[in-house]
Ligand binder design. Structure first.
Ligand code: HEC
Ligand code: HEC
Ligand code: HEC
Ligand code: HEC
Ligand code: HEC
Ligand code: HEC
Ligand code: HEC
Length: 342
């Protein structure tokens, strides 16, 4: 049994860690990652719009809040299909997709919200063009495996995971702690918290990630942002892989698997990411590209720019259909009109 009392499973895991790690707990709860999954009825985007609407061919979509639920409806003019939003996935920096419940089954919504257009459009990865019939217009029925995959990247197992219902079921999703939680990056965190709270200082020790190599951190993040080897083996090739940073960054001459100055956490603090504030990577770049000042290997110095290094050396690409410009982590001298280097 676990000694930690959890007031409510939908609370963030950080509440459990806060008494002992207040800094990480406070910052983490504010990140987009921590908030990337919201229960239907409490989803912030449908909550802040009276109604979301879209017309796709002859199909009309509506997402609206009624009776404490977020509801999703598609009509072809004569008949309509309606479902309840079980979960809203994605905080919407790029977009938000809905996991719908209808007659005991789960569906991925055919349309998603996109921040760039402040409205609905076809879900990324859905079949191109206008849906053939009402059922197709509604969304894609999600097999248990697909549900499991989505939720393993957008939520964390709760402290009583071993007794949870079958993976991929709606009941299972409700046992998860929504959002990317401490446990996702610090494996064994629940057990550690329970042991420390009970005064046991010996068992359930966690790995100290501050001491992990750049490659090891890439693999922690790569569980969801995909690892180098996953993309190398399975693709995709071409611009579709721009969103997989652990793969792209390895192509840079800057990359050194053992050098922490080019690890993900040199530019991103996983415990603190003020929303709307652009990442400032200049200190990281200048950690290496500076005139020799003693200590550590140094790189060449730029003759063109002195700040906002990423704006020239980490170009942005829009993925077709995503309404979002991803930052290429292949750091390089990007020439005008070059083809996407892959
Ligand atoms: C009752 C206090 C307590 C609670 C609650 C607690 N920790 Fe800890 N944690 C510690 C102590 C003390 C250490 C120091 C090293 C050790 O004993 O493992 C530690 C170490 C760690 C480390 C390794 C860092 C290092 O310096 O060795 C991580 C990561 C960590 N805790 C994360 C968490 C997370 C995540 C939670 C919540 C799920 C949590 N802790 C809950 C007390 C606590
Ligand atoms: C359990 C899966 C998971 C892991 C592990 C993970 N991420 Fe994420 N990350 C996500 C998801 C999902 C989003 C999308 C959040 C949203 O809805 O906007 C995201 C978004 C981000 C963003 C963009 C949003 C922001 O806050 O700026 C950054 C940067 C990021 N992750 C960095 C990292 C780093 C660095 C690591 C490793 C230390 C990491 N992630 C590990 C799932 C994960
Ligand atoms: C292997 C892990 C993984 C799986 C599986 C996964 N996602 Fe994600 N998802 C991420 C990461 C990482 C991000 C943030 C970076 C990006 O957009 O690539 C993200 C971003 C998103 C976003 C945009 C978030 C935003 O605020 O910008 C949506 C919407 C989304 N995912 C929905 C889904 C749905 C629906 C499924 C299942 C059909 C799914 N994801 C499966 C890891 C995953
Ligand atoms: C997205 C991944 C991610 C999440 C989520 C996350 N951490 Fe961390 N955490 C890291 C990484 C990576 C480091 C190492 C930081 C560095 O490189 O300086 C770290 C470092 C720490 C440390 C310092 C000890 C160490 O391991 O080096 C503590 C304590 C800690 N995290 C606690 C927490 C707590 C508490 C939560 C949840 C409230 C949390 N973390 C959520 C990735 C994460
Ligand atoms: C860990 C140290 C390190 C960091 C951090 C780093 N670089 Fe580099 N970078 C190098 C090394 C080593 C090379 C190889 C050439 C050299 O000696 O400068 C290189 C090469 C380059 C090149 C030339 C690439 C080419 O195709 O010839 C550019 C441009 C560059 N870096 C820009 C950046 C920018 C911008 C950042 C921050 C976003 C950055 N670097 C961060 C070490 C680093
Ligand atoms: C040298 C600095 C640097 C390093 C190292 C770095 N990033 Fe980034 N990252 C950036 C910049 C700059 C952005 C653009 C953010 C912005 O415009 O605010 C970004 C954006 C992102 C985003 C948001 C999506 C996007 O394309 O804008 C994710 C997710 C992300 N990084 C993940 C990672 C992961 C995972 C790693 C480790 C493999 C990593 N980053 C390493 C500088 C860095
Ligand atoms: C306005 C765009 C711009 C900005 C901002 C910029 N650079 Fe550059 N950088 C370039 C261009 C263009 C080149 C290639 C020059 C050439 O063809 O010799 C270059 C070349 C480089 C090189 C290779 C130098 C060599 O001798 O081979 C490095 C390293 C580099 N930049 C790093 C940086 C760093 C670090 C920053 C931020 C402090 C930065 N750059 C800011 C455009 C920029």
């Amino acid at each position: 049994m676990l000694a930690v009392a959890l007031p409510c499973l939908t609370a963030q895991q950080s509440g459990t860690c806060a008494p002992c790690h207040p800094k990480e707990a406070k910052g983490h709860a504010q990140t987009l990652m921590a908030r990337t999954l919201e229960p239907g009825g409490q989803a912030s985007i449908p909550g802040s719009h009276a109604e979301l609407r879209l017309k796709l061919g002859s199909f009309s979509y509506r997402i609206y809040r009624a009776g404490g639920q977020d509801r999703y409806q598609v009509s072809d003019g004569t008949s309509s299909m309606e479902g309840v939003v079980a979960w809203a996935m994605g905080q919407g920096a790029a977009g938000q997709t809905y996991v719908l419940e209808r007659e005991g089954k789960l569906y991925e919504s055919r349309v998603s919200f996109y921040n760039d257009i402040k409205g609905l459009d076809a879900t990324l990865g859905s079949p191109a063009g206008v849906p053939k019939n009402l059922a197709e217009a509604f969304g894609r029925e999600m097999p248990a495996l697909s549900v499991t995959e989505c939720f393993q990247c957008h939520a964390a197992a709760g402290p009583a995971a071993a007794t949870a219902p079958a993976k991929g079921s709606l009941a299972w999703t409700k046992t998860l702690v929504p959002g990317v939680q401490c446990e996702n990056c610090h494996k064994g965190a629940w057990k550690h918290a329970a042991a420390r709270t009970a005064g046991d200082m010996k068992s359930a020790r966690l790995a100290k990630l501050k001491d992990a190599s750049t490659e090891e951190i890439s693999d922690v993040c790569g569980v969801c942002h995909r690892t180098w080897s996953h993309i190398q083996l399975n693709g995709p090739r071409g611009v579709a892989n721009v969103r997989f940073q652990p793969y792209r960054i390895v192509m840079s001459k800057c990359y050194d698997a053992m050098d922490r100055r080019i690890g993900c956490t040199a530019c991103h603090d996983p415990h603190n990411r003020p929303e709307g504030v652009a990442v400032n990577s200049d200190p990281a770049c200048l950690g290496c590209h500076t005139a020799r000042a003693g200590g550590g290997p140094v790189g060449k110095v730029c003759k063109v720019g002195t700040n906002r290094c990423a704006s020239c050396h980490m170009p942005k690409y829009e993925l077709p259909g995503s309404h979002f410009r991803f930052t290429d982590h292949f750091i390089r001298i990007a020439r005008p009109n070059e083809t996407y280097p892959d």
